[in-house]
Design a protein around this ligand. Structure first.
Ligand code: ASP
Length: 439
């Protein structure tokens, strides 16, 4: 059995956190490959090393003094090294980094050093081999992740390597220069490594005990989700519930490897297991609730719309012409409504309206702003009678006016539109009915 363990920045922010991570790795022989992030925040006021690197490199690029900020970054690592009583020194590494910064080597290289240096420390601390991600994770000429080359080289390397640390977040371009994934990308590296060594589990250690049924900023102490499918997770993350980088799902999902989100600060908690599919009954009818504020509903009416072939296409073209993405599109017989992001739409509303007039010639165009969308997600809804009924009676009892309802054809989610002002109350009402009272 092989497990790949990825530790997020807050799990490796200080020597104390490193010790917790070390204990976790050592407590299970199968935790053979470790993917670290760069040191994150030690407290809410602290700065992540990756952010320090970005600003330090910006100074170097502008030809300004950057050595003092660079030494501040070195101090962060030195305090970890000293706290762990290691003999490693990063003197030479920092000399090289300073010279590279002076030569304006590139911002992605700069950002990647956070993970690179943390990887060196982690490998020394665990007594594992250090594999520079630039030698096993590859991007193609266009800068896209090169799946085939990476799989080939990385699997071969891991076959000959019993235990290793592979820093997250970066890899190499065909010419050897460093490229990073988008922010939070160490999650992706962990997933790639898990696929390459055909791991039985990809453990992603962070600072929460997994995904929660609802946002803790809205619900006090929400219940954790024990098991969630990839599809459910995608619906919830799309609506703003984020525990994992979105792209981290693809490599392991393809290989049928489950992800276990765990809490470095509470290692005994089971966390959340993310799987392709499960016959385990969810604890509650719904798996999770998530939502976003700030939408505009564009209501478009036209008599006999239903008989006009191509009407929807023409109407949607008006949005496409102005680069506006569409979130939801409930429709009636002679009416359709298009939900768009308010921030994206506001500056272009008059152009969109005139395009709509030109392309689709509707009778009425009516705009409604400050709306929120809430997704109630759950594989259990399909087989449970009355879920929608319970949601709407809960909302009615809470005096919330429902402005839109959209049930996906997969019956995996129900999307509800409410006023921005009713957002929190609506989530609370839904959470109460399904989780608190387990109806
Ligand atoms: N250190 C990088 C970031 O802050 C990548 C990661 O932590 O996953 O985005």
């Amino acid at each position: 059995m092989v497990k790949v363990v990825k530790f997020g920045g807050s799990s490796l922010a200080s020597a104390e956190q490193f010790m917790k991570a070390g204990d976790i790795v050592r407590s299970d022989e199968s935790r053979r490959y470790v993917v670290p992030s760069a040191p994150g925040k030690r407290s809410s006021k602290d700065t992540k090393v990756t952010d320090m690197l970005y600003s330090c490199y910006a100074l170097a690029e502008a030809g300004e003094e950057f050595r003092i900020p660079l030494m501040k970054i070195k101090d962060r690592y030195d305090s970890i090294i000293n706290g762990l009583q290691l003999k490693t020194t990063l003197e030479d590494e920092f000399k090289k980094i300073a010279a590279d910064f002076k030569n304006k080597i590139g911002v992605e290289y700069a950002a990647s050093r956070g993970e690179y240096l943390n990887g060196i420390i982690m490998a020394d601390y665990l007594g594992y081999e250090f594999i520079d991600a630039a030698t096993v994770i590859f991007f193609d000429e266009a800068g896209n992740f090169d799946v085939e080359r990476t799989d080939r080289v990385l699997s071969k390397k891991l076959e000959t390597c019993e235990k290793a640390v592979i820093p997250g977040f970066y890899g190499a371009m065909p010419d050897g220069t460093i490229r990073t994934f988008s922010r939070g990308g160490s999650d992706i590296t962990g997933s790639i490594v898990a696929k390459a060594c055909r791991a039985s589990m990809y453990e992603n250690w962070t600072d929460v005990s997994g995904c929660l049924v609802a946002d803790p900023r809205v619900i006090e102490n929400p219940q954790p989700i024990k098991v969630i499918t990839y599809r459910e997770l995608r619906e919830l993350s799309y609506m703003g519930a984020s525990v994992l980088h979105e792209d981290a799902v693809f490599p392991v999902r393809k290989a049928g490897i489950p992800i276990n989100i765990r809490n470095t600060n509470a290692p005994d908690d089971d966390g959340t297991l993310i799987v392709e599919s499960t016959c385990q009954k969810p604890e509650y009818t719904i798996t999770g609730i998530a939502g976003k504020k700030g939408f505009v509903a564009v209501n478009i009416d036209k008599d006999m719309m239903n008989a006009e072939v191509g009407f929807c296409r023409k109407a949607l073209q008006a949005f496409e012409e102005h680069g506006i993405s569409i979130e939801h599109m409930p429709s009636g017989i002679d009416t359709m409504t298009v939900f768009v992001h308010q921030a994206e739409f506001e500056g272009k509303e008059q152009q969109v309206i005139s395009s709509l007039r030109r392309l689709a010639n509707p009778d009425v165009i009516d705009l409604e702003a400050d709306l929120a969308l809430i997704a109630v997600v759950g594989r259990g809804m399909k087989s449970t009678r009355g879920t929608a009924g319970r949601i709407f009676s809960a909302l009615a009892h809470a005096n919330i006016n429902v402005r839109m309802i959209d049930q996906g054809s997969s019956e995996l989610n129900i999307i509800i539109g409410v006023g921005n002002n009713d957002f929190d109350a609506a989530i609370r009402a839904i959470y109460d009915i399904f989780v608190e009272t387990r109806l």
